[in-house]
Design a protein around this ligand. Structure first.
Ligand code: DGY
Length: 331
């Protein structure tokens, strides 16, 4: 049985897979595969471990005639046509829960970096501009006691809220499709409408999934509703923010700043954003901790082993509809 791994991943996952002699690994460790290369590589694959930039669309799925499982090396699976995979009885697995603390920590780091203007000050020092201490240089907000608005109050959003509440005494507002009464009582978090969150938050951090409903959720109108001294952080998916509107809001200073770890058209970054000083940019590294990346590799490998060796659905299954069919077929 053949497994295609499209990019280099931590050895922790490879070591699990190597225990099974029946799994032949086609391990690509170079730059991302083009669509053409991917089409050829999936032809005889029984399983794939793709990474976020690999678009596992209808065309790729149709070309993979033997495919039984797509074991995403990520929590997010918006790069995979799950509906089409399901229609072909192909399992889709992901790695839930492995990067909660890591992404939340990155969001907090970005809030602090943008607010306290750390990358801008770093550039200033390196350019040799630090000639004397200037009382007016790099002044930003004190964050203690400010209001944090969290869009999407799942595991990552709640972990950020805990750090912000317990470490910085922040007031927590959130929007989510569900209410989270336990977090509300532990953190004094308030579920509010998006407009209220936009109008009342000093920092806004995005943690919802990318869906047709959340694509372009934050655009011109939303930036206009934010406080002029507010900051927005996105570590979820780039398309949730309209980048042109963001560039305008930052240029015309109707918000104070932003920090993005994800982009609408990764790895491209909107050229206007790169010219601005009041934005911090990082290349989708929210989960880039040793701990999270090891766990992602392990979970993706386990998903493959479950299907190819144990003949059962992956333990971290996305298209749960297929579980019913598997159970029914065993009766
Ligand atoms: C995920 O797993 O969805 C993350 O975005 C990868 O860092």
């Amino acid at each position: 049985m053949k497994l295609l791994i499209t990019r280099e991943i931590p050895r922790a996952g490879i070591n699990i897979l190597k225990q099974y002699k029946d799994i032949e690994i086609d391990y690509r460790q170079g730059p991302p595969l083009s669509e053409k290369e991917l089409l050829t590589a999936v032809k005889d694959a029984d399983a794939i471990i793709p990474v976020i930039p690999d678009k596992i669309n209808k065309k790729i799925i149709n070309a993979a005639k033997k495919l039984r499982v797509i074991a995403a090396y990520s929590v997010g699976y918006d790069h995979i046509d799950v509906e089409h995979a399901t229609s072909k009885n192909i399992f889709v697995g992901n790695t839930p829960g492995d990067l909660t603390e890591s992404v939340a920590e990155h969001a907090l780091a970005l809030m602090l970096s943008a607010g306290r203007r750390i990358p801008e000050a770093d550039r200033f020092c390196r350019a040799g501009n630090n000639k004397y201490w200037n009382p007016m240089n790099f002044v930003g907000p004190k964050i203690m006691g400010d209001t944090l608005g969290i869009i999407g109050f799942g595991r990552i959003g709640q972990h950020l809220a805990r750090m912000a509440k317990n470490g910085l005494s922040m007031r927590i507002l959130y929007t989510d499709v569900n209410r989270h009464p336990e977090a509300e009582s532990l953190l004094d978090a308030e579920k509010v409408e998006l407009d209220y969150l936009l109008e009342n938050s000093d920092f806004i951090s995005i943690h919802c999934n990318l869906t047709p409903e959340t694509e372009n959720l934050i655009g011109e109108n939303e930036f206009r509703k934010m406080k002029p001294l507010a900051y927005i952080v996105n570590t979820a998916r780039g398309k949730i923010i309209n980048e042109e509107a963001l560039a305008r809001a930052l240029k015309q200073n109707y918000i104070a700043g932003a920090a993005l770890d994800v982009f609408a058209d990764e790895p491209e970054i909107h050229p206007d954003l790169k010219l601005l000083d009041n934005i911090v940019l990082t290349p989708h590294i929210g989960s880039a901790t040793w701990e999270a990346r090891l766990q992602m590799a392990r979970m993706a490998a386990e998903n493959v082993v479950d299907v190819l060796i144990s003949n059962k659905p992956p333990r971290y299954l996305v298209n749960k509809e297929l579980m019913k069919e598997t159970v029914a077929s065993l009766i």
